[in-house]
Design a binder for this molecule. Structure first.
Ligand code: PLP
Length: 394
Protein backbone atom coordinates (compact mmCIF):
# COMPACT_ATOMS: atom_id res chain seq x y z
CA UNK A 1 0.00 0.00 0.00
CA UNK A 2 1.53 3.32 -1.02
CA UNK A 3 0.72 6.46 0.92
CA UNK A 4 0.22 9.57 -1.16
CA UNK A 5 -0.34 12.14 1.56
CA UNK A 6 2.61 13.73 3.36
CA UNK A 7 2.41 14.14 7.13
CA UNK A 8 0.92 17.60 7.81
CA UNK A 9 3.07 20.11 9.65
CA UNK A 10 1.72 20.43 13.22
CA UNK A 11 -0.02 23.76 13.95
CA UNK A 12 1.48 25.99 16.63
CA UNK A 13 -1.86 26.67 18.28
CA UNK A 14 -4.87 24.54 19.14
CA UNK A 15 -7.83 25.04 16.79
CA UNK A 16 -10.89 25.07 19.08
CA UNK A 17 -14.01 23.14 18.10
CA UNK A 18 -15.93 26.37 18.40
CA UNK A 19 -15.25 30.10 18.76
CA UNK A 20 -18.23 32.49 18.97
CA UNK A 21 -18.52 35.40 16.53
CA UNK A 22 -18.66 38.35 18.92
CA UNK A 23 -17.80 41.76 17.52
CA UNK A 24 -17.65 45.35 18.73
CA UNK A 25 -21.34 45.97 17.93
CA UNK A 26 -22.26 43.17 20.37
CA UNK A 27 -20.08 44.71 23.08
CA UNK A 28 -21.61 48.16 22.44
CA UNK A 29 -25.14 46.72 22.45
CA UNK A 30 -24.68 45.03 25.82
CA UNK A 31 -22.95 48.13 27.24
CA UNK A 32 -25.86 50.28 26.11
CA UNK A 33 -28.31 47.94 27.83
CA UNK A 34 -26.27 47.97 31.04
CA UNK A 35 -26.09 51.78 30.98
CA UNK A 36 -29.81 52.01 30.21
CA UNK A 37 -30.58 50.46 33.59
CA UNK A 38 -33.19 47.90 32.45
CA UNK A 39 -31.50 44.52 32.72
CA UNK A 40 -34.22 41.89 32.77
CA UNK A 41 -36.96 41.22 30.21
CA UNK A 42 -38.07 44.55 28.75
CA UNK A 43 -37.84 46.63 25.57
CA UNK A 44 -34.82 44.80 24.10
CA UNK A 45 -36.42 41.39 24.54
CA UNK A 46 -39.58 42.68 22.86
CA UNK A 47 -37.60 44.15 19.97
CA UNK A 48 -35.60 40.96 19.58
CA UNK A 49 -38.83 38.93 19.46
CA UNK A 50 -40.23 41.20 16.75
CA UNK A 51 -37.09 41.20 14.62
CA UNK A 52 -36.54 37.47 15.01
CA UNK A 53 -40.14 36.72 14.05
CA UNK A 54 -39.74 38.94 10.96
CA UNK A 55 -36.43 37.25 10.09
CA UNK A 56 -37.97 33.77 9.98
CA UNK A 57 -41.33 34.96 8.64
CA UNK A 58 -43.40 33.95 11.68
CA UNK A 59 -46.19 36.18 13.01
CA UNK A 60 -45.08 35.78 16.64
CA UNK A 61 -42.11 34.84 18.78
CA UNK A 62 -41.54 34.35 22.50
CA UNK A 63 -38.01 34.85 23.85
CA UNK A 64 -36.89 32.48 26.60
CA UNK A 65 -33.65 31.83 28.45
CA UNK A 66 -32.77 28.59 26.60
CA UNK A 67 -34.05 26.25 23.93
CA UNK A 68 -34.59 23.67 26.68
CA UNK A 69 -36.91 26.15 28.44
CA UNK A 70 -38.64 26.85 25.13
CA UNK A 71 -39.26 23.17 24.47
CA UNK A 72 -40.53 22.78 28.02
CA UNK A 73 -43.07 25.65 27.83
CA UNK A 74 -44.19 24.68 24.31
CA UNK A 75 -44.91 21.15 25.54
CA UNK A 76 -46.32 22.32 28.89
CA UNK A 77 -48.77 24.51 26.95
CA UNK A 78 -50.25 21.31 25.49
CA UNK A 79 -51.31 20.11 28.98
CA UNK A 80 -49.86 16.63 28.61
CA UNK A 81 -50.39 13.90 31.18
CA UNK A 82 -48.59 10.73 32.22
CA UNK A 83 -50.59 8.63 29.76
CA UNK A 84 -49.64 10.85 26.83
CA UNK A 85 -46.89 9.98 24.38
CA UNK A 86 -44.72 12.36 22.42
CA UNK A 87 -42.74 11.01 19.49
CA UNK A 88 -39.18 12.23 19.06
CA UNK A 89 -35.74 11.19 17.88
CA UNK A 90 -33.03 9.41 19.89
CA UNK A 91 -30.35 11.27 17.86
CA UNK A 92 -30.43 14.55 19.75
CA UNK A 93 -29.13 16.43 22.73
CA UNK A 94 -30.85 15.23 25.88
CA UNK A 95 -32.83 18.50 26.21
CA UNK A 96 -35.38 17.22 23.67
CA UNK A 97 -36.38 14.08 25.57
CA UNK A 98 -35.92 15.80 28.93
CA UNK A 99 -38.44 18.56 28.02
CA UNK A 100 -41.04 15.90 27.15
CA UNK A 101 -40.54 14.18 30.51
CA UNK A 102 -40.61 17.51 32.37
CA UNK A 103 -43.89 18.34 30.63
CA UNK A 104 -45.28 15.15 32.14
CA UNK A 105 -45.47 12.88 29.07
CA UNK A 106 -43.53 9.85 27.86
CA UNK A 107 -41.03 10.27 25.02
CA UNK A 108 -41.38 7.60 22.33
CA UNK A 109 -38.08 7.31 20.48
CA UNK A 110 -38.34 6.67 16.75
CA UNK A 111 -35.15 5.77 14.89
CA UNK A 112 -33.52 8.04 12.31
CA UNK A 113 -32.93 7.95 8.56
CA UNK A 114 -29.40 6.69 7.86
CA UNK A 115 -28.58 9.61 5.53
CA UNK A 116 -29.77 12.79 7.27
CA UNK A 117 -29.84 11.30 10.79
CA UNK A 118 -33.24 12.99 11.16
CA UNK A 119 -36.30 11.19 12.52
CA UNK A 120 -37.67 8.74 9.92
CA UNK A 121 -41.25 9.71 8.98
CA UNK A 122 -42.03 6.15 7.85
CA UNK A 123 -41.21 4.83 11.32
CA UNK A 124 -43.24 7.58 12.99
CA UNK A 125 -46.40 6.18 11.49
CA UNK A 126 -45.67 2.76 12.98
CA UNK A 127 -45.10 4.30 16.42
CA UNK A 128 -48.40 6.20 16.60
CA UNK A 129 -50.88 5.00 19.24
CA UNK A 130 -54.15 6.43 20.55
CA UNK A 131 -52.04 8.04 23.29
CA UNK A 132 -49.80 10.00 20.89
CA UNK A 133 -50.28 13.75 21.39
CA UNK A 134 -47.36 15.41 19.67
CA UNK A 135 -44.30 14.94 17.48
CA UNK A 136 -40.99 16.68 18.21
CA UNK A 137 -38.71 16.47 15.17
CA UNK A 138 -35.13 17.75 15.49
CA UNK A 139 -33.44 19.30 12.45
CA UNK A 140 -30.16 17.56 13.18
CA UNK A 141 -27.04 19.63 12.43
CA UNK A 142 -29.30 22.13 10.62
CA UNK A 143 -30.56 19.65 8.01
CA UNK A 144 -34.33 20.19 7.72
CA UNK A 145 -36.41 17.13 8.53
CA UNK A 146 -38.72 15.76 5.87
CA UNK A 147 -41.60 17.83 7.26
CA UNK A 148 -44.43 17.22 4.77
CA UNK A 149 -45.12 13.60 5.81
CA UNK A 150 -44.70 14.57 9.47
CA UNK A 151 -47.17 17.48 9.18
CA UNK A 152 -49.53 15.26 7.20
CA UNK A 153 -49.54 12.54 9.90
CA UNK A 154 -50.07 15.21 12.56
CA UNK A 155 -52.93 16.85 10.69
CA UNK A 156 -54.69 13.55 10.11
CA UNK A 157 -54.60 12.72 13.84
CA UNK A 158 -54.83 16.22 15.39
CA UNK A 159 -51.34 15.94 16.85
CA UNK A 160 -49.20 18.98 17.66
CA UNK A 161 -45.80 19.43 16.03
CA UNK A 162 -43.14 21.16 18.15
CA UNK A 163 -39.91 21.45 16.15
CA UNK A 164 -36.56 21.44 17.89
CA UNK A 165 -34.71 23.90 15.66
CA UNK A 166 -31.74 24.38 18.00
CA UNK A 167 -29.46 23.84 14.97
CA UNK A 168 -31.68 25.13 12.20
CA UNK A 169 -31.12 28.87 11.87
CA UNK A 170 -31.46 29.84 9.08
CA UNK A 171 -32.92 26.81 7.36
CA UNK A 172 -35.78 26.05 4.98
CA UNK A 173 -37.79 23.09 3.76
CA UNK A 174 -39.36 23.15 0.29
CA UNK A 175 -39.23 26.94 0.17
CA UNK A 176 -40.69 27.37 3.67
CA UNK A 177 -38.51 28.78 6.44
CA UNK A 178 -37.93 26.65 9.51
CA UNK A 179 -39.88 28.58 12.12
CA UNK A 180 -43.11 28.67 10.09
CA UNK A 181 -44.03 24.99 9.74
CA UNK A 182 -45.03 23.31 13.02
CA UNK A 183 -47.31 24.57 15.82
CA UNK A 184 -44.18 25.83 17.56
CA UNK A 185 -40.53 25.97 16.53
CA UNK A 186 -37.88 26.35 19.20
CA UNK A 187 -34.44 27.83 18.49
CA UNK A 188 -31.31 27.89 20.67
CA UNK A 189 -28.90 30.79 21.19
CA UNK A 190 -26.48 28.76 23.32
CA UNK A 191 -22.83 29.84 23.09
CA UNK A 192 -21.98 27.50 20.20
CA UNK A 193 -25.11 28.12 18.10
CA UNK A 194 -25.34 29.93 14.75
CA UNK A 195 -26.67 33.01 16.58
CA UNK A 196 -25.74 33.36 20.23
CA UNK A 197 -26.89 35.29 23.28
CA UNK A 198 -24.63 33.19 25.56
CA UNK A 199 -27.68 31.28 26.71
CA UNK A 200 -31.10 31.85 25.19
CA UNK A 201 -33.90 30.55 23.05
CA UNK A 202 -36.87 31.63 20.96
CA UNK A 203 -40.20 29.99 20.20
CA UNK A 204 -42.05 30.94 17.03
CA UNK A 205 -45.71 30.16 16.52
CA UNK A 206 -48.62 31.32 14.39
CA UNK A 207 -51.14 30.48 17.13
CA UNK A 208 -52.04 33.47 19.37
CA UNK A 209 -53.51 31.25 22.11
CA UNK A 210 -50.35 29.15 22.30
CA UNK A 211 -48.28 32.33 22.34
CA UNK A 212 -50.23 33.76 25.30
CA UNK A 213 -50.03 30.51 27.23
CA UNK A 214 -46.30 30.05 26.61
CA UNK A 215 -45.55 33.65 27.54
CA UNK A 216 -47.42 33.20 30.79
CA UNK A 217 -45.85 29.82 31.58
CA UNK A 218 -42.40 31.27 30.93
CA UNK A 219 -42.94 33.81 33.76
CA UNK A 220 -44.49 32.08 36.78
CA UNK A 221 -47.94 31.94 35.17
CA UNK A 222 -48.21 35.69 35.80
CA UNK A 223 -50.85 37.88 34.25
CA UNK A 224 -48.35 40.70 33.44
CA UNK A 225 -44.61 40.76 33.04
CA UNK A 226 -42.15 42.99 34.91
CA UNK A 227 -41.88 45.52 32.09
CA UNK A 228 -45.64 46.09 32.26
CA UNK A 229 -45.52 46.34 36.05
CA UNK A 230 -42.45 48.53 36.63
CA UNK A 231 -42.28 50.72 33.53
CA UNK A 232 -43.91 54.18 33.59
CA UNK A 233 -47.67 53.84 33.54
CA UNK A 234 -47.47 50.22 34.74
CA UNK A 235 -49.47 48.82 37.60
CA UNK A 236 -48.06 46.79 40.49
CA UNK A 237 -50.96 44.33 40.45
CA UNK A 238 -50.71 40.85 38.91
CA UNK A 239 -52.37 37.51 39.29
CA UNK A 240 -51.01 33.97 38.95
CA UNK A 241 -53.08 32.12 36.41
CA UNK A 242 -50.97 28.99 35.89
CA UNK A 243 -48.23 26.89 37.45
CA UNK A 244 -45.33 28.47 35.55
CA UNK A 245 -41.55 28.61 35.33
CA UNK A 246 -38.84 31.29 35.36
CA UNK A 247 -37.74 31.14 31.74
CA UNK A 248 -37.84 34.76 30.52
CA UNK A 249 -34.96 36.19 28.46
CA UNK A 250 -33.23 39.18 30.10
CA UNK A 251 -32.56 42.34 28.04
CA UNK A 252 -28.80 41.86 28.46
CA UNK A 253 -29.09 38.68 26.40
CA UNK A 254 -31.67 40.08 24.01
CA UNK A 255 -29.34 42.96 23.15
CA UNK A 256 -26.77 40.38 21.97
CA UNK A 257 -29.46 38.81 19.81
CA UNK A 258 -30.35 42.20 18.34
CA UNK A 259 -26.80 42.96 17.26
CA UNK A 260 -26.14 39.40 16.03
CA UNK A 261 -29.29 39.06 13.94
CA UNK A 262 -28.21 41.39 11.09
CA UNK A 263 -25.02 39.32 10.69
CA UNK A 264 -26.80 35.96 10.54
CA UNK A 265 -27.08 35.76 6.76
CA UNK A 266 -23.40 36.61 6.27
CA UNK A 267 -22.45 33.93 8.79
CA UNK A 268 -24.68 31.41 7.04
CA UNK A 269 -22.89 32.09 3.75
CA UNK A 270 -19.51 31.64 5.42
CA UNK A 271 -20.68 28.34 6.94
CA UNK A 272 -21.71 27.16 3.48
CA UNK A 273 -18.29 28.15 2.06
CA UNK A 274 -16.52 26.17 4.76
CA UNK A 275 -18.73 23.14 4.08
CA UNK A 276 -18.00 23.40 0.34
CA UNK A 277 -14.29 23.61 1.10
CA UNK A 278 -14.44 20.50 3.33
CA UNK A 279 -16.34 18.68 0.61
CA UNK A 280 -13.82 19.55 -2.10
CA UNK A 281 -10.95 18.42 0.11
CA UNK A 282 -12.51 15.27 1.60
CA UNK A 283 -15.04 14.17 -1.02
CA UNK A 284 -12.80 11.44 -2.43
CA UNK A 285 -11.53 10.02 0.87
CA UNK A 286 -13.08 6.57 0.79
CA UNK A 287 -12.72 5.95 4.50
CA UNK A 288 -15.18 8.75 5.24
CA UNK A 289 -18.83 9.46 4.68
CA UNK A 290 -19.53 13.20 4.41
CA UNK A 291 -22.81 14.76 5.59
CA UNK A 292 -25.67 14.53 3.15
CA UNK A 293 -26.68 17.78 1.43
CA UNK A 294 -30.31 18.78 2.12
CA UNK A 295 -32.83 16.90 0.02
CA UNK A 296 -35.10 19.80 -0.64
CA UNK A 297 -34.28 22.93 1.26
CA UNK A 298 -31.64 24.99 2.97
CA UNK A 299 -29.25 23.50 5.52
CA UNK A 300 -28.13 25.76 8.39
CA UNK A 301 -24.82 23.88 8.67
CA UNK A 302 -24.61 24.21 12.43
CA UNK A 303 -22.50 21.04 12.46
CA UNK A 304 -20.35 19.16 9.95
CA UNK A 305 -20.65 15.54 11.05
CA UNK A 306 -18.31 13.07 9.37
CA UNK A 307 -18.94 9.39 9.66
CA UNK A 308 -16.04 6.95 9.52
CA UNK A 309 -16.40 3.78 7.46
CA UNK A 310 -15.18 1.16 9.97
CA UNK A 311 -14.87 -1.51 7.27
CA UNK A 312 -12.18 0.62 5.60
CA UNK A 313 -10.24 1.71 8.69
CA UNK A 314 -7.96 -0.01 11.19
CA UNK A 315 -8.78 2.49 13.95
CA UNK A 316 -12.09 3.34 15.57
CA UNK A 317 -13.76 6.70 16.14
CA UNK A 318 -12.23 7.33 19.57
CA UNK A 319 -8.69 6.67 18.31
CA UNK A 320 -9.35 8.89 15.27
CA UNK A 321 -10.39 11.69 17.66
CA UNK A 322 -7.26 11.19 19.78
CA UNK A 323 -5.13 11.64 16.67
CA UNK A 324 -7.00 14.81 15.67
CA UNK A 325 -6.48 16.21 19.17
CA UNK A 326 -2.74 15.37 19.00
CA UNK A 327 -2.69 17.41 15.80
CA UNK A 328 -4.17 20.40 17.70
CA UNK A 329 -7.71 20.09 16.35
CA UNK A 330 -10.75 20.32 18.64
CA UNK A 331 -13.63 18.08 17.61
CA UNK A 332 -16.81 16.78 19.21
CA UNK A 333 -19.39 14.01 18.86
CA UNK A 334 -23.08 14.66 18.18
CA UNK A 335 -24.97 12.96 19.74
CA UNK A 336 -24.89 10.20 22.32
CA UNK A 337 -28.31 8.64 21.55
CA UNK A 338 -30.84 9.07 24.34
CA UNK A 339 -31.12 5.34 25.30
CA UNK A 340 -27.38 5.11 25.96
CA UNK A 341 -27.68 7.47 28.95
CA UNK A 342 -28.01 5.60 32.25
CA UNK A 343 -31.00 7.63 33.45
CA UNK A 344 -32.95 6.79 30.30
CA UNK A 345 -31.93 3.14 30.43
CA UNK A 346 -33.39 3.21 33.92
CA UNK A 347 -36.67 4.35 32.41
CA UNK A 348 -36.66 1.30 30.16
CA UNK A 349 -35.25 2.71 26.92
CA UNK A 350 -32.92 0.37 25.06
CA UNK A 351 -30.23 1.11 22.45
CA UNK A 352 -31.39 -1.97 20.53
CA UNK A 353 -34.65 -0.16 19.72
CA UNK A 354 -32.81 2.51 17.72
CA UNK A 355 -30.03 0.67 15.85
CA UNK A 356 -29.53 3.31 13.13
CA UNK A 357 -28.95 6.05 15.71
CA UNK A 358 -26.54 3.90 17.73
CA UNK A 359 -24.46 2.61 14.81
CA UNK A 360 -24.09 6.11 13.36
CA UNK A 361 -23.15 7.64 16.71
CA UNK A 362 -20.35 5.08 17.01
CA UNK A 363 -18.68 6.39 13.84
CA UNK A 364 -19.53 10.12 14.06
CA UNK A 365 -17.08 12.99 14.47
CA UNK A 366 -18.06 16.68 14.29
CA UNK A 367 -15.36 18.83 12.71
CA UNK A 368 -14.90 22.51 13.61
CA UNK A 369 -17.30 24.73 11.63
CA UNK A 370 -17.75 28.41 12.50
CA UNK A 371 -17.50 31.69 10.61
CA UNK A 372 -14.27 32.76 12.28
CA UNK A 373 -12.37 29.79 10.86
CA UNK A 374 -9.98 30.88 8.10
CA UNK A 375 -9.59 28.97 4.84
CA UNK A 376 -6.19 27.90 6.17
CA UNK A 377 -7.87 26.44 9.28
CA UNK A 378 -10.31 24.49 7.09
CA UNK A 379 -7.49 23.27 4.84
CA UNK A 380 -5.44 22.19 7.84
CA UNK A 381 -8.34 20.18 9.30
CA UNK A 382 -9.01 18.58 5.90
CA UNK A 383 -5.35 17.73 5.40
CA UNK A 384 -5.07 16.12 8.83
CA UNK A 385 -8.35 14.19 8.50
CA UNK A 386 -7.36 12.89 5.05
CA UNK A 387 -3.89 11.95 6.26
CA UNK A 388 -5.15 10.07 9.34
CA UNK A 389 -7.69 8.22 7.19
CA UNK A 390 -5.08 7.19 4.64
CA UNK A 391 -2.50 6.19 7.22
CA UNK A 392 -4.97 3.86 8.94
CA UNK A 393 -6.62 2.50 5.83
CA UNK A 394 -7.39 -1.21 5.90
C1 PLP B 1 -30.84 19.46 19.34
C2 PLP B 1 -30.79 20.32 20.55
N1 PLP B 1 -31.92 20.58 21.21
C3 PLP B 1 -31.95 21.38 22.29
C4 PLP B 1 -30.79 21.93 22.78
C5 PLP B 1 -30.86 22.76 24.03
O1 PLP B 1 -30.51 24.09 23.79
P1 PLP B 1 -30.20 25.07 24.98
O2 PLP B 1 -28.80 24.84 25.40
O3 PLP B 1 -30.40 26.45 24.37
O4 PLP B 1 -31.19 24.80 26.05
C6 PLP B 1 -29.59 21.71 22.14
C7 PLP B 1 -28.36 22.31 22.67
O5 PLP B 1 -27.28 22.05 22.38
C8 PLP B 1 -29.58 20.88 20.99
O6 PLP B 1 -28.44 20.60 20.36
Amino acid sequence: MSLTRAAPKLRDTFLPFHVPSIDESDVQGVAETLRGGWLTTGPKAKQFEERFAAAVGSPRAVAVNSCTAGLHVALAALDLGPDDEVITTPYTFIATAEAILLAGARPVLVDVEPGSLNIDPVLIEAALTPRTRAIVPVHFAGHPCDMDPILELARARSLRVIEDAAHALPAAYRGRTIGTLGDCTVFSFYATKNLTTGEGGMITTADPDLEDRMRRLALHGMSRDAWKRYAQGGSWYYEILDLGFKYNMPDIQASLGLTQLPRLEGYALRRQEIVDRYRRALGDVEELELPEPPRDGRHAWHLFVLRLRPERLRIGRDEFIRKLTEMQIGVSVHFIPVPLHPYYRGLGYSPSDVPVAVSNYERAISLPLYPRMTDQDVDYVSEVVGWIAEKHRR
